[in-house]
Write a new protein. Structure first.
Length: 126
């Protein structure tokens, strides 16, 4: 499934290559699907808020945002990208919140690898 598992409507092929027109899509935030708009802006090495891209997830897996509007720690969608990979022998399941990602990491089901070259700017719409 690769990065296509992110499966936002705009599918971030490698985040560094974003179309010149804004795209629209969805992602998970605290177990809820939220809308997003992707402006034509890669933001390498400048992410602030955690964003998880699941590289080999279950069907229906979206990207996972750590914060959203209304959270005092939301910085307008300046995403610090980490790649999430289910370990061999683990059947992938949906990860729908940062706490689910961190719990799966703590229990040894996934690896989480920071990838600052893929940081991007993408606000979330409430």
């Amino acid at each position: 499934m690769g990065l296509s598992v992110l499966t936002l409507a705009f599918v971030l092929p490698s985040v560094g290559v974003i179309a010149s027109q804004p795209g629209r899509g969805n992602l998970f935030y605290n177990g809820v699907v939220v809308r997003t708009i992707v402006p034509p802006a890669a933001f390498p090495n400048a992410g602030v808020d955690n964003f998880y891209v699941v590289t080999n997830g279950a069907a229906g897996q979206l990207g996972v945002a750590s914060v959203a509007p209304g959270n005092p720690n939301y910085h307008g969608g300046h995403w610090a990208v980490s790649l999430v990979t289910f370990k061999p022998g683990i059947t992938p399941f949906l990860l729908t919140s940062q706490s689910a990602v961190l719990s799966a990491q703590t229990s040894g089901q996934i690896t989480v690898t920071r990838n600052p070259a893929q940081d991007f700017l993408c606000p979330i719409q409430p």
